[in-house]
Design a protein around this ligand. Structure first.
Ligand code: PEP
Ligand code: MN
Length: 347
């Protein structure tokens, strides 16, 4: 339920409504805008909305039909911007996160980080804990990989995102990374999501391989209801009957989710397509569809990558893509890192 207070509601009236709701066993999340206060009410009990409607200062009580509340636009109409220092995800600028699927060696991580920075990425991606279909495949370097990634991110002035697969990895990953990545296979690992709800750092939540948009938003709700407002959604392709691509990249999910939710939506065309020759067209389409950012696999030597080499772009391909995005983004009123960094003399 959402309680919309009157424009002139006093602080005492707002506090009294909150107190009543808390007495009824509910959690109340307050959102105060310039002109009015909105209370998001969640909890185990079914409340008679008429009891709230009659309280002083209440304008309206909206029963929400969607099962998610904190993730929905009814509760928070304005876009959420997730901020990490000067990087703003969900604002005007399209933020590009790029790097290898996995951290493999210091040289590989550093060369990939240098390449993505040069082309205009703001965030380095790279896995140290890898969710592989086979237990015999490369599983990631763990803390050694995290250190390589952090060093490269620092050396090249990038933020860092890396995947967390289990509650036991949270503290370690928090020490090295700026953003937690929850992979498609863990979208419904509710124990993990609950714990991430208590973290200070933002969480990029990928859509599960066979998750509906509602299930995806319910998973975001787990994180938000723990108090962590920094949730970024990431469309990465879903399982369908089609076999021509690794997954079916659901571009329509971008405008659908942006309508339902205030959270930033990022697109991962690498896992969506599964082939490096199809990543650029999907990335261009995602930006045209108003994605707030991209997550792209780029490797300095993708043909020798230990994971996801076939879908990892060569640095030159990525640079070309970024140049194309600099044309597409302004066409829909968005900005993107304006020029390759080297040409601005920043590198
Ligand atoms: C990844 O980003 O490398 C990854 C494993 O992604 P996903 O969870 O989307 O498969
Ligand atoms: Mn990958």
């Amino acid at each position: 339920m959402v309680v919309v207070m009157q424009e002139r509601a006093s602080e005492e009236q707002i506090e009294a409504v909150i107190e009543r709701l808390v007495d009824l066993g509910m959690d109340v999340h307050r959102s105060s805008g310039a002109s009015r206060t909105v209370l998001g009410v969640v909890g185990p009990n079914k409340i008679d909305s008429a009891l709230i409607q009659i309280l002083d200062g209440v304008k309206e009580v909206v029963r929400i039909s969607e099962p998610y509340k904190l993730a929905g636009r009814t509760f928070k109409p304005n876009d959420t911007v997730v901020t990490i220092d000067d990087v703003r995800i969900g604002g005007d600028e399209v933020i590009v996160m790029a790097g290898p699927c996995s951290a493999e060696t210091e040289e590989q991580v550093d060369a990939s980080a240098a390449a993505v920075k040069r082309a205009g990425a703001k965030v380095l991606r790279g896995g140290a804990f890898k969710p592989r279909s086979s237990p015999y495949s490369f599983q990631g370097l763990g803390e050694v990989g995290l250190r390589m990634l952090r060093d490269a991110a620092n050396a090249h002035g990038l933020k860092l995102i890396s995947e967390v697969m289990d509650v036991s990895q949270i503290d370690l990953i928090a020490r090295y990374c700026d953003i937690f990545q929850v992979g498609a296979r863990n979208m419904q690992n509710f124990t993990l999501l609950r714990e991430l709800g208590h973290q200070q750092k933002p969480v990029l939540l990928k859509r599960g391989l066979s998750a509906t948009i509602e299930e995806w938003l319910m998973s975001a709700e787990y994180i938000l209801s723990g108090g962590n407002n920094g949730v970024i959604l990431c469309e990465r392709g879903i399982r369908t009957f089609e076999t021509a691509t690794r997954n079916t990249f659901d571009i329509s999910a971008i405008p659908v989710v942006k309508k339902l939710s205030h959270l930033p939506v990022v697109a991962d065309p690498s896992h969506g397509a599964g082939r490096r020759d199809m990543v650029a067209p999907m990335a261009r389409a995602a930006v045209a569809a108003d994605a707030d950012g991209l997550l792209i696999e780029v490797h300095n030597d993708p043909d020798r990558a230990l994971s996801d080499g076939a879908q990892s772009m060569f640095p030159a391909q990525f640079e070309r893509l970024m140049a194309e995005l600099r044309i597409i983004a302004p066409a829909i009123g968005r900005s993107i890192c304006l020029e390759p960094v080297a040409r601005r003399g920043w590198a």
